[in-house]
Ligand binder design. Sequence first.
Ligand SMILES: [Zn+2]
Length: 415
Amino acid sequence: MEIHPVKFIFHSSVVSELFNSEIINRCKGFLEKFNTVLTNNQIERFLLFKEYIINDSDNKARDLYTNSYFDLPLENYEFWIHAYKSENGTSYNAMTGMDMSGAAVLYERWNKLYEPESTNPDYFWQIFSMVHEFIHHYIFPGELYYLAEVKDLSDTDPNLSIDVRFDGIENVTWWKDHQEYYNDPMYNFNVSTINDIKISRLHRALINGKYRSPKHLASFPDIKNINITTQPESKIVVWKTDNQNNEATIISEGISDINGLFNFNWTVNDITELSSEPDRLRLVKVYKNGYKPSGKVIDILDLLEASVLENKTIYSTGINQELLDSPIIPDKPPVTDPVIPPLDPILPVLPPSPPQPIIINRIDRYRPLLNDVLQEIYGCSTEFAYIKDKQEELSKRMKVLHDKLSDIYNKIKTI
Ligand SMILES: [Zn+2]
């Protein structure tokens, strides 16, 4: 357990009309609540009231500390809580700094210094926001709440955009895999009681470890060797999506090997760049014939977890690829009936009729004529019957044949 002496720096408007003893009483009340949050979350640090001073000039007060990246002490440093003037009756604009002495500074515009038993939401906000700034001293200065809304600007499948408010946090893949950050004060600003503030395992490990941001950063897996495992010989494209400048760029591209392994470089010059919002995450997209396009968002928290919580020097992750549904068989082309040429007319085979010598003789006499007509009908049928534009000619010729047959018929009948 490390004990940090605390110095309060107040603008006089924050503590006006309060006796010295009451100011000290209220400072201790504030720290008691703050320490409750730390204890609830197994943080091995304790803030102990040391003194307070009044400093009315914002500029002069800011000169008390600096954000310079000097060699911060990892032990035996103070916390300074600097409450400067609020101009709108509420507390806001919490930030983090550090002093040349190595003191960790938490500063914010405060409306007032509340009495210990106050239930004013503004008092809770002072405690909550200072816990948020306290955690910043041990982690990267980037903001976890950036991951509430990130647009995938690559314009490629799958769309890996994150929109917690629109989709609901339980439906966002990255957040489903990181549920312990839901109530972390680096992300969730909607908690309303001290006991609802839940510091995640990673942030707890960083706060309890020998780290101070940004000078003494947590160790990282090798950011030039990020391992992705996919189906063998999948195409992999790694994107950086820059929501501030509204652009996306490919930072790595290739094919996974026969074991499904692909390795990429985060392509930042220095790990401190990982805290900047476009560089804190990468969109990894995977393609393979027969599989749906798939992908994964990787954030610096994933790398920190691998290093700090799992003691790994290389970050590796797998990307699931879902098989496409059974291949779609195209519908058979519509069957168009082949044009079948008309069958040759088949003359009915009549049963032999009983001998009728006279009639047979008459027919026999006109049989050659009859055959000519029948042949002509047959010829007409095969030549014209199924040709629409010849119908008219056909009907003319059939009429001629009809007349010939009638003539033959009359001759047979009358003989
Ligand atoms: Zn912050």
